[in-house]
Design a protein around this ligand. Structure first.
Ligand SMILES: NC(=O)c1ccc[n+]([C@@H]2O[C@H](COP(=O)([O-])OP(=O)(O)OC[C@H]3O[C@@H](n4cnc5c(N)ncnc54)[C@H](OP(=O)(O)O)[C@@H]3O)[C@@H](O)[C@H]2O)c1
Length: 323
């Protein structure tokens, strides 16, 4: 089978398309004929060698897929031919991938494979950061960075549907138009204006209740200045390449909380908390209240180009690979 493999840590030129043996499912596992594989920013950080606990090359990246069950191991309550979406333990950038049955869900009938591949990581992250970790309430205000990105487009819809007032940042007008269409009340082009000043102007100097921060570095430092008293910042990523470094003296003075979120660790340690919302989210996807925004589709052969596209900040919504 064809796979896209990371041959060594480095830039996008280290992604190579090659052939591997088709993997066999073990007990509790199933094999998916991959119709679409999601690309996540974490795949890029892992490829660069900058991801805590990430895999060592050579490895096949890709933590989520959608496709058709093609073989099942013992103890798996699924049939060959089922259409599914879900998590794989690396190896998603391939024609076939192995998944633990517990991390695989039915593909909702109205969803394409590309949309299915855009659900697991980004929608669960957005939902969990907002509600399970961030405790967002309906009358609250939330600032979502990279509001037109994969997690961002999910988070904007979820927060807006929950009745929150949504502030969103992005680098271009085009990205902000997308965020606005999805329910962002206050789009902020942070490349043109100071987002802290904008938030504080709109909130009469008070600040927002929650910040969703997948950027880190200086963005974390600045975001804390846009939080109200008792506000929470959910730190879930470092797309800037730098972790955030909150000042604890400022945190205590403002009664601020900084909450860390890592999907992979949470899936291992508190799966009920991570997966509890899946039926509700799938219902909303089926009814059209939520939509997976697939911004770009690349052939598996062009996986290196797809990585570079995301790194160049050209992507909006979900980026998927088609084997
Ligand atoms: N903790 C977890 O379990 C978890 C799960 C999923 C994702 N994440 C993290 O969440 C963040 C978003 O992930 P995603 O897959 O949805 O990616 P994404 O938001 O679709 O893409 C990243 C976006 O971040 C913004 N950005 C800001 N500074 C950047 C920089 N220096 N280089 C590249 N992009 C930069 C860009 O948006 P603008 O052009 O609008 O600035 C870019 O489009 C990432 O940090 C990712 O690692 C964490």
């Amino acid at each position: 089978m064809r796979v896209a493999e990371i041959t060594e840590f480095g830039d996008s030129s280290t992604v190579e398309v090659t052939d591997h043996e088709k993997p066999e499912p073990g007990d509790g596992e199933l094999r998916v004929e991959v119709k679409a594989a999601g690309i996540n920013f974490a795949d890029i950080m892992q490829r660069r060698g900058h991801y805590q606990g990430g895999p060592e090359p050579p490895y096949v990246p890709g933590m989520e897929v959608a496709g058709v069950v093609d073989a099942v191991g013992d103890g798996v309550g699924r049939d060959v031919g089922d259409e599914v979406m879900g998590f794989v333990n690396h190896g998603g950038y391939a024609e076939y991938a192995i998944a633990n049955a517990s991390g695989v869900f039915d593909l909702p009938e109205n969803m394409s494979y590309a949309e299915g591949a855009g659900f697991p990581v980004q929608f669960l992250t957005a939902h969990n950061c907002l509600f399970e970790w961030g405790d967002l309430e309906e009358d609250e205000q939330v600032l979502i960075h990279a509001a037109a990105g994969g997690v961002g487009t999910a988070a904007v819809q979820l927060a807006s549907n929950a009745g929150a007032e949504v502030f969103g940042t992005a680098s271009t007008e085009e990205k902000l138009s997308l965020a606005e269409e999805l329910g962002c009340d206050h789009p902020i082009q942070y490349t043109e204006v100071d987002f802290v000043e904008q938030v504080n102007d709109i909130t009469d100097g008070d600040g927002v209740d929650i910040v969703l921060d997948g950027i880190g570095g200086e963005t974390t430092t600045e975001s804390l200045k846009a939080l109200t008293h008792m506000g929470r910042l959910v730190a879930y990523g470092a797309a800037s390449g730098e972790p955030g470094t909150p000042n604890t003296a400022d945190l205590l003075f403002n009664n601020h909380s900084v909450i860390g979120y890592h999907l992979g660790q949470a899936m291992l340690r508190t799966p009920g908390k991570v997966f509890g919302a899946v039926p509700k989210l799938n219902g909303a996807l089926e009814s059209g209240d939520l939509e997976v925004i697939v911004g770009h589709e690349f052939d598996l052969e062009d996986a290196a180009e797809a990585h570079q596209f995301i790194e160049d900040r050209k992507s909006s919504g979900k980026v998927v690979l088609k084997p």
